[in-house]
Design a protein around this ligand. Structure first.
Ligand SMILES: Cc1cc2nc3c(=O)[nH]c(=O)nc-3n(C[C@H](O)[C@H](O)[C@H](O)COP(=O)(O)OP(=O)(O)OC[C@H]3O[C@@H](n4cnc5c(N)ncnc54)[C@H](O)[C@@H]3O)c2cc1C
Length: 289
């Protein structure tokens, strides 16, 4: 099994989502092509709300593995699936040559702050999916971490730490984070985990902001707080798309540099299926590798 982030050198990795149509797929492959020169350490592919992209996640993830030879991580959520169905999906991942997963609960159908709906015969928490994948064996298992706190945890930082420790005990070997803007939040999370004996690499997730409408929608959808200094800086340039993009690249570059200096095991970029901003940031931080 590949160790995706053993801490020996910072990794650079990219997240893509399965496109809805042929045009989106063309854009996705152009983005993957545009990032080839960076030689990513791994690429992850998301799993749509309610399992809506299951077959596309499997297909795209295995095609990326076949065409790029870059290790891939397929996301998997518990939403709307029974345990037996999750066993079947993990079997399909394995048949497709996918050996790394990001084990997630998934958001409730009504959004991150909506009440969770139990699927009879299914799982209520990601730690159960970690256990299942561990029992089946043969998977490198990653999980989600939240430097700004899990949106459903109402600020209970201690509980978030306990949840991550439990996932590690059940077999998770790395975590990637939700996007965030204050390096100190990642440092606090990692220090709290290390103080409790965790050695799991926590790879920070970075969102290069290139489009304000898309950014605000993502922040709303994921429940990620936007610090005032960030929203004020964007407000000053909001009528100029190029200035927004340049500011987004600067913010992501500075944050990545701070995190690498603080000992981050890598940077995971939320690419939004495009490559240029990510490539620009990488060019500016690659010396830190
Ligand atoms: C890097 C990353 C990638 C993501 N990719 C996707 C994706 O591809 N598709 C998608 O739909 N969503 C994705 N998400 C969103 C994620 O599914 C949601 O944020 C979801 O609400 C939480 O998932 P989780 O795995 O943290 O859940 P959990 O760990 O189950 O946590 C959910 C809530 O339950 C609590 N909790 C956890 N375990 C227990 C327990 N044993 N007992 C009691 N309470 C518990 C937690 O404190 C938290 O409040 C991603 C998030 C991140 C950070």
């Amino acid at each position: 099994m590949t160790n995706l982030a053993d801490g020996s050198k910072p990794t650079f990795s990219f997240e893509f989502f399965p496109p809805k149509d042929a045009d989106g797929e063309t854009r996705l492959w152009a983005a993957i092509d545009g990032l080839k020169s960076i030689a990513p350490d791994f690429i992850s592919v998301t799993y749509g709300a309610g399992g809506s992209t299951r077959d596309r996640t499997i297909r795209i993830t295995s095609e990326i593995t076949a065409h790029t030879k870059v290790p891939t991580v397929a996301h998997l959520t518990c939403v709307g699936s029974t345990r037996d169905e999750l066993v079947e999906i993990l079997g399909k991942y394995r048949e497709a040559g996918i050996s790394s997963i990001l084990a997630l609960r998934g958001d409730p159908v009504g959004g991150p702050r909506a009440p969770w709906e139990t699927t009879p015969g299914g799982f209520d928490h990601a730690d159960q999916l970690v256990s299942l994948a561990s029992e089946i064996g043969g998977f490198t298992i990653g999980v989600a971490a939240f430097p700004d706190g899990h949106p459903a945890s109402a600020g209970d930082f201690e509980n978030d730490i306990e949840v991550l420790l439990e996932k590690e005990r059940r077999g998770a070997t790395f975590a990637t984070t939700q996007f965030f803007f204050e390096a100190q939040r990642w440092i606090d999370l990692v220090e709290a985990l290390r103080a409790r004996g965790s050695s799991m690499p926590i790879i920070p997730g970075i969102l290069p902001v290139t489009n304000l409408k898309q950014f605000n929608r993502m922040a709303e959808l994921t429940g990620t707080p936007i610090p005032a200094r960030i929203s004020e800086a964007f407000a000053k340039v909001e009528s100029d798309p190029d200035a927004v993009r340049n500011l987004g690249v600067d913010i992501a570059t500075n944050l990545s540099q701070q995190l690498l200096e603080a000992g981050a095991p890598g940077i995971h970029f939320y690419t939004m299926n495009t490559s240029t901003a990510t490539r620009e940031i990488f060019e500016r931080i690659k010396g830190s590798r």
